[in-house]
Design a protein around this ligand. Structure first.
Ligand code: PNS
Length: 177
C-alpha cells in the first residue's frame, strides 16, 4: 500500500556524489514530499568508496535537509521501492548517451512492477559532462575537479588521491603546480 506522502527513490552508485547528483536531488525535493537517496550496496563490485563512506558524503553534503533520507539498498530496486512505499524512481539524464541504458532499465523496472513510475530529470547544462567515473580519473592524475563535487566529497577525494591534494594546495597558494 502506498503512503500519503509522495515518496521517490533516487537510486545509484554515488561513487562518489557529484554536483550533477546534487542538482537532481534538489529538484526532486521540489516535486516529492520525501526523496530517498538509495546507494546500491554492490557485493560483487567494489568501488573506490565504501557504501558507508558514500552515504556519509551525501549526508554531509545535505546537512539537515527536510524530506531527504539517505540509505543503502541491495536486491531489486522495485522491491526496495515497494518496501519504502515509493511511487517513483528518479534518474538523472545527461546526454543522449545515457538514454539507451536508462530506457532499458525503466522498461525492466516497469515489467517488474507497474506501480512505480520512472521519472527522468535532465541534468542542468553545467553538469552535462560530470560523472563519478570521470571525476575519479581526473582526481587520480591531479586534475582540478573542485567545482564538480560538493565540499565534503572534495575532502574525501583529496584524502584518497595525493595528486589532487597537491593541485588544490597549489591553487590555494596561487602557484602553478
Ligand atoms: O548509478 P548507477 O550505477 O547508474 O545506478 C544503477 C542502479 C543502482 C540504479 C541499478 O544498477 C539498480 O537499480 N540496481 C539494483 C538491481 C535491480 O533492481 N536491477 C534491475 C533494474 S536495472
Amino acid at each position: 500500500m502506498q503512503s500519503e506522502k509522495r515518496i521517490a527513490i533516487y537510486p545509484g552508485s554515488f561513487d562518489p556524489l557529484t554536483n550533477g547528483h546534487v542538482d537532481v536531488i534538489e529538484r526532486s525535493l521540489e516535486i516529492f514530499d520525501q526523496v530517498i537517496v538509495a546507494v546500491l550496496h554492490n557485493y560483487r563490485k567494489q568501488g573506490v568508496f565504501s557504501t558507508k563512506e558514500r552515504i556519509q558524503m551525501i549526508q554531509e553534503s545535505f546537512p539537515s535537509t527536510p524530506g531527504l533520507l539517505v540509505e543503502s539498498f541491495d536486491g531489486l530496486l522495485v522491491d526496495y521501492a515497494h518496501m519504502k512505499g515509493a511511487v517513483a524512481i528518479i534518474r538523472g539524464m545527461r546526454a543522449n548517451s545515457d538514454f539507451e541504458n536508462e530506457f532499458q532499465m525503466a522498461l525492466l523496472n516497469r515489467k517488474l512492477s507497474r506501480d512505480v513510475q520512472s521519472v527522468f530529470l535532465i541534468t542542468g547544462m553545467r553538469w552535462i559532462f560530470t560523472s563519478s567515473s570521470s571525476i575519479k580519473e581526473a582526481a587520480l592524475f591531479g586534475g582540478d575537479i573542485s567545482d564538480m563535487v560538493p565540499k565534503p566529497v572534495l575532502a574525501r577525494l583529496m584524502e584518497r588521491y595525493p595528486k589532487l591534494q597537491k593541485t588544490i594546495a597549489a591553487k590555494s597558494q596561487n602557484i602553478d603546480p
